[in-house]
Design a protein around this ligand. Structure first.
Ligand code: HGY
Ligand code: MN
Ligand code: MN
Length: 420
């Protein structure tokens, strides 16, 4: 039942621009942290749009939203597509947003054409993909896939000590459905590449075959608060001094495993953070990534050794907890094939690519066949207010998403002995 279904580039672009105003920043980015009132506003917007297309919207107890369009078979789990609507504090207009709004546009195209799919189709908005307010990242898709315990994730605190559960309750998006009790036949995520490869090679579509491994650590280094004027240097137990040594070492560990390893200290809290107090405690995060688990193991043990060695000279204590450990992801070959066929039939240039950034599809792929579609972003810039992907590139991604889901729907129908 092939029809030449085309998404509407103008409508998609208009909605990306419209929703970017919810938490829009003067520099043209978005600051819409998860489970804030701004997140509530964009969730309400998404729910209203999806219900306007006749979808039934359900929410689980991690706040993940599922907008379902019925298919021919009610007994077959839906094919889902989606991403996240929360952003970094200095996020761009496209990270996550393109994946949810591109999916909404694909579903609307089916709706307007009166096209009946074999399986139900769903658009998903995952909660707290970024991990910027409540670490770690991809937390609701992680609970969905059984990578994180629901209670552990719900108890994660933001810098003000508010728990995920309290914030979710406050915006009224703690749904009745138990997170994870929502079978899917497949999952496709459209996302900007957030790196420079597609643009550098002039490729329009990235056929994402996997995601590199990611590990996040929370580190606390403890010395002793002391007066900056009266405490002789040899008597100090300066936590910040050791912490800066560890920051240097994180960089060195990544460089030692070049060219693919990356290592970042992105968040640091110096306590008590006063000009005339020798810092007695420093809390910071470490983000290590590499496509191979073995190398990540080596990087992790080098990190732990670096922390111990940095604390020794001043006899400081250290506490290291690993809060995210997503092994390298290899997506489903059938889903990858559906993306490749969709890009080819839509006439786009493409290349296979492994994602440097983490995505919800990474965890979802543990419980359903999944893959991703990338489109370029200008100069590879992301997690930055200057993030930019053009209207044409957004449209290309949404068109390939639509066709990939339809390809997969046909595959599913064949598996059920029904010809489409
Ligand atoms: O951390 C990541 O890669 C994603 O942006 N949450
Ligand atoms: Mn993202
Ligand atoms: Mn992101």
């Amino acid at each position: 039942m092939k029809q030449n279904l085309q998404i509407d580039p103008e409508r998609l672009w208009d909605e990306i621009m419209e929703t970017s105003k919810i938490g829009g920043t003067p520099k043209g980015g978005i600051n819409r942290l998860t489970l804030t009132d701004l997140d509530r506003q964009v969730r309400d917007w998404f729910k209203q749009k999806a219900e306007g297309l006749g979808c039934i919207v359900t929410v689980d107890d991690m706040g993940a939203m599922f907008a379902r369009r019925p298919g021919q078979r009610k007994d077959v789990p839906p094919i889902a597509m989606g991403s996240h609507l929360d952003t970094q504090p200095t996020g761009g207009k496209f990270d996550g947003v393109l994946g949810v709004l591109g999916a909404l546009e694909a579903l609307r195209t089916l709706h307007e054409a009166g096209y009946e799919t074999f399986a139900p189709i769903e658009v998903v908005n995952w909660t707290n993909e970024e991990g910027a307010r409540f670490a770690p990242a991809m937390v609701s898709s992680g609970v969905f896939a059984g990578a994180f315990e629901h209670d552990w994730a719900s108890s994660r605190k933001d810098p003000d000590g508010i728990t995920f559960a309290e914030a979710l309750e406050k915006i009224g998006y703690r749904g009745p459905e138990k997170c994870g009790e929502h079978p899917l036949s497949g999952f496709f995520e459209l996302h900007i590449e957030q790196g420079p490869l597609l643009e550098a090679e002039g490729k329009e579509i990235g056929v994402v075959t996997g995601i590199q491994g990611i590990r996040w650590f929370e580190v606390t280094v403890t010395g002793q608060d002391a007066h900056s004027g009266t405490t002789p240097m040899p008597r100090r137990r300066n936590a910040l001094l050791s912490a800066t040594g560890i920051v240097e070492k994180v960089n060195a560990i990544a460089l030692a495993h070049a060219p693919l390893a990356v290592g970042t200290v992105g968040l640091m809290q110096v306590r008590p953070n006063s000009p005339n107090v020798v810092p007695g405690e420093v809390f910071f995060t470490v983000d290590l990534r590499h496509p191979e688990a073995k190398t990540l193991d080596a990087m992790e043990s080098e990190l732990r050794a670096a922390i111990t060695n940095a604390c020794k000279p001043q006899n400081l204590e250290s506490k290291v907890s690993k809060i995210l450990d997503q092994p390298p992801v290899h997506f489903d070959q059938d889903c990858i094939g559906c993306v490749r066929e969709a890009a080819k039939n839509s006439g786009y240039s493409m290349r296979d690519i492994v994602s440097g950034a983490g995505h919800d599809a990474g965890y979802v792929s543990r419980v359903a066949p999944a893959s991703m579609i990338f489109v370029p972003c200008h100069n590879g810039i992301s997690h930055n207010e200057a993030e930019f992907t053009s209207k044409e590139q957004c449209a290309a991604g949404a068109q390939v998403l639509l066709q990939a889901v339809l390809n997969y729907d046909r595959k599913l129908a064949e598996r059920h002995g029904s010809k489409r």
